[in-house]
Write a protein that binds this ligand. Structure first.
Ligand SMILES: *Cc1c(COP(=O)(O)O)cnc(C)c1O
Length: 389
């Protein structure tokens, strides 16, 4: 479509292409040296001790739940405003899920609501084993408060940081796991850094790293120290757990490694785009993204909320008008528990009122480093027209 401006897209340079071609011409397309090099680069950026690269963030969430022993009879809580994968990962393990409503300003899991829900669950003997806060749009959750509430009850934490590589909390990079057991990144093309498809699970816990590395590749080990039968032969390996083939290829890792060199530039450009939107929308009947003082967003998404009492048109009409004008707006996300699959598990509308009122008003605008100033001005003009008083 001519002039169509998507909500997100990858930025690929000649250097990215050359890095991928190098792998194609090398001896290893997978299980070579580039995956560990990419893991090193991400560890160095976020300051975590271990990084397990996999073929998607969905896989990373799954092996993270497995490493924390999530299974039948356990429950896992997450945010309703997320991609379905955050919650599906727990279902893969046979656990049940529940949702904690969001803060009305950040749209992230509300620490006070979490604390109250945990206290109640403790009284009833229904505490979750794991919670999965999600850094929606790239803005970190209040991880200090979430960690304080969860650790009072011995509940473990997986951060779904799919939107947030390059972001920070209290001046430290997201993914350093100061307030969590594991943090997960996504490298899908719409995210901050891409590998085509890919993800990584970060942790400071050697045992969790070891388990996730096993689950990534069939539960198989070749480590001589771990083998039950020693000296069986050079071909020998043992399967100790039921794992999967969730490995990342070296082709994908080469793209990611090359992209990591531009992470700071990506985030700076995204921040500048956000500042331009903020300024342009100041007088309009829309709510621009509120920022928590402790969080430095990676700006994966720029979400506006249409003020239903003041805008000239409904949320739906504004959305449709922008789409017909060639602006690839989107909505992140439909509250997960409203999905038919989750309704059939027994969830009902009304569970998380803040998430539902967000859903009735939110629109994700185009936000990606290579958007031109002209394109952004076009988005601003169309939004202004669509919500005009
Ligand atoms: C993109 C995304 C995922 C899934 O990532 P994949 O790499 O596509 O599997 C999970 N959670 C959130 C919040 C996401 O945005």
């Amino acid at each position: 479509m001519a002039g169509y401006i998507p909500y997100g897209r990858q930025s690929i340079t000649e250097a990215d292409i050359a890095a991928v071609v190098d792998v194609l011409e090398s001896d290893f397309l997978t299980q070579g040296p580039v995956v560990p090099a990419f893991e090193e680069a991400v560890k160095a950026q976020c300051g975590a001790k271990h990084g397990i690269a996999v073929n998607s963030a969905t896989s990373a969430l799954h092996i993270a739940c497995m490493a924390l022993d999530v299974g039948p009879g356990d429950s896992v809580w997450t945010s309703p405003l997320t991609f379905v994968a955050s919650s599906n990962a727990a279902l893969y393990c046979g656990a049940s899920v529940d949702f904690v409503d969001v803060d009305p300003r950040t749209y992230n899991m509300c620490p006070e609501k979490l604390a109250r829900k945990l206290d109640k669950a403790a009284e009833q003997g229904t505490l979750p084993k794991v919670i999965i806060p999600v850094h929606l749009t790239g803005q970190s959750c209040d991880m200090a408060a979430i960690h304080a509430a969860a650790s009072r009850h011995g509940v473990r934490i997986i951060e779904d940081a799919s939107h947030a590589i390059g972001g920070c909390f209290r001046g430290e990079p997201v993914g350093n796991c100061r307030y969590s057991d594991i943090a997960v990144f996504s490298f899908h093309p719409v995210k901050i850094v891409t590998t085509g498809e890919g993800g990584m699970a970060m942790t400071n816990d050697a045992r969790l790293a070891e388990m996730m590395a096993l689950y990534r590749s069939h539960g198989i080990t070749r480590d001589p120290d771990l083998l039950q039968q020693q000296d069986a032969g050079p071909w020998y390996y043992e399967q100790h757990h039921l794992g999967y083939n969730y490995r990342m290829t070296d082709i994908n890792a080469a793209l990611g490694l090359s992209q990591m060199e531009r992470l700071q530039a990506f985030v700076e450009r995204r921040r500048a785009i956000a500042a331009t939107y903020d300024e342009a929308f100041a007088g309009l009947p829309i709510t621009t993204p509120w920022q928590h003082a402790d969080a430095g967003s990676a700006w994966h998404l720029y979400v506006i909320r249409v003020d239903r009492s003041r805008a000239s048109q409904s949320h739906r009409a504004v959305f449709d008008e922008l789409r017909s004008a060639g602006i690839g707006v989107n909505l992140h996300y439909i509250p997960v528990y409203l999905q038919p699959y989750y309704r059939q598990l027994g969830f009902e509308p009304g569970l998380c009122p803040n998430a539902e009122s967000y859903y009735a008003e939110a629109i994700s605008l185009p936000m990606f480093p290579s958007i031109t100033d002209e394109q952004q001005q076009e988005v601003i003009a169309e939004v202004s027209k669509a919500v005009a008083l």
